[in-house]
Design a protein around this ligand. Sequence first.
Ligand SMILES: C[S@@+](CC[C@H](N)C(=O)[O-])C[C@H]1O[C@@H](n2cnc3c(N)ncnc32)[C@H](O)[C@@H]1O
Ligand SMILES: O=[N+]([O-])c1ccc2c(c1)CN[C@@H](CO)C2
Length: 265
Amino acid sequence: MSSIAAVGESYQKFNPRAYLQNNYMPPRADFSSEDCVVPWKLRCLAEAFATGDIHGRTLIDVGSGPTIYQLLSACDHFEEIIATDYLEVNRAVLRRWVQGEPDGFDWSPYIKHVCRIEGKGEQWKEKEQKLRGKLRQILPIDVHQPEPLGSQVCQPADALVSTFCLEAVSPDRPSFERALSNVTTLLKPGGHFLLIGALEESFYLAGEAKLSVVPVSEVDVKEALSKSGYRIHDFRSYLMPPGLKIGVDDVSGVFFVHAQKKSVA
Ligand SMILES: C[S@@+](CC[C@H](N)C(=O)[O-])C[C@H]1O[C@@H](n2cnc3c(N)ncnc32)[C@H](O)[C@@H]1O
Ligand SMILES: O=[N+]([O-])c1ccc2c(c1)CN[C@@H](CO)C2
């Protein structure tokens, strides 16, 4: 079995609820301290969109998983947001959230926090409804395919977001770079890409699943982006404090990149 096929096989055991419990509940989701990793991620995204440089008709989120936090600051700047994931179990979690089904994960602390740091006086229920209204497509994706969205005819998006996907689904660095190149075909020239990921991580747990991760450094990420024809506007790193190393992975830190796909020269 190819190493990429092995990755796909390992994801069959991925448990969304366990994944959310591990990464999106306290201690990693502690909104009382700006030093905590989840507020840091939300601030990076809010500040990137607050520049006003990133806007348009369509934004695609690559490898959404069972989470929506990564779209909260985007939803004011795009008419349509397309979420994507490899697993139906994750796409179903997102569909249930969009439909407002009661038994899902409680994202309200995240929505309240983003409304607070955006400082526009927006009510959290307003932002929740706005995102639900814009999240119109939840599509299957495979970043290892040259056309990651397959036959779904999608005109290139104005922007991409992707959080903790590429390194978590690539068996090695060449595969990581190819996946980035593949997803870049989804983005129009001049389009913006907001990428968040794990630094120097080799595995993470999601219930029964133990997923392999290709360890990447800042330099690796910058090199991959440069090879795929991006200009980097902003690159930030967060060092995972010992108190947030809770055994669910061996992540050393988190990176945030605001990159722009060069227009054809
Ligand atoms: C670590 S999770 C990231 C979830 C979410 N974006 C976040 O910020 O927590 C990685 C996601 O990549 C998805 N995935 C697995 N294989 C993939 C592939 N070949 N192409 C695209 N996504 C894939 C998984 O289903 C999972 O939802
Ligand atoms: O600290 N965090 O907020 C956080 C959130 C999600 C994830 C991590 C850390 C580390 N592992 C990745 C999967 O490779 C998923």
